[in-house]
Design a binder for this molecule. Structure first.
Ligand code: SF4
Ligand code: SF4
Length: 74
C-alpha cells in the first residue's frame, strides 16, 4: 500500500534550493518566484533521501516508504 509522504514545510524552508539540485529525478523542484521548494511529482521519488540529508533546516518531511515494507515482508 502506498503510504509514503513527502512534503516541504514552507515555514522552515529558507529557499536555498539545494534539495531540488540534488534530487536526481525532479520529484522535488524549486520555485524561484516564491523562493520555496515544492513537491513536483511524488510518484517519481526514489526515496534516496538526498533531499532530507542536504536540507540545512529540516524542511523536507519524508515518512513511510511502502517499498521498504514490501521488501521486509516478501
Ligand atoms: S528522496 Fe531522492 S528522489 Fe525523492 S525527492 Fe528526495 S532527492 Fe528526490
Ligand atoms: S533544501 Fe530545505 S531549505 Fe533548501 S530549498 Fe529545499 S526545503 Fe528549502
Amino acid at each position: 500500500m502506498f503510504d509514503y509522504k513527502l512534503e516541504i514545510d514552507e515555514q522552515k524552508c529558507s529557499g536555498c534550493g539545494l534539495c531540488a539540485e540534488v534530487c536526481p529525478i525532479l520529484a522535488l523542484d524549486f520555485d524561484p518566484e516564491r523562493n520555496k521548494a515544492y513537491v513536483h511529482d511524488i510518484s517519481q521519488c526514489l526515496i534516496c533521501r538526498q533531499c532530507t540529508d542536504v536540507c540545512p533546516v529540516g524542511a523536507v518531511i519524508m515518512e513511510g516508504g511502502y517499498w521498504m515494507e514490501d521488501m521486509i515482508t516478501s
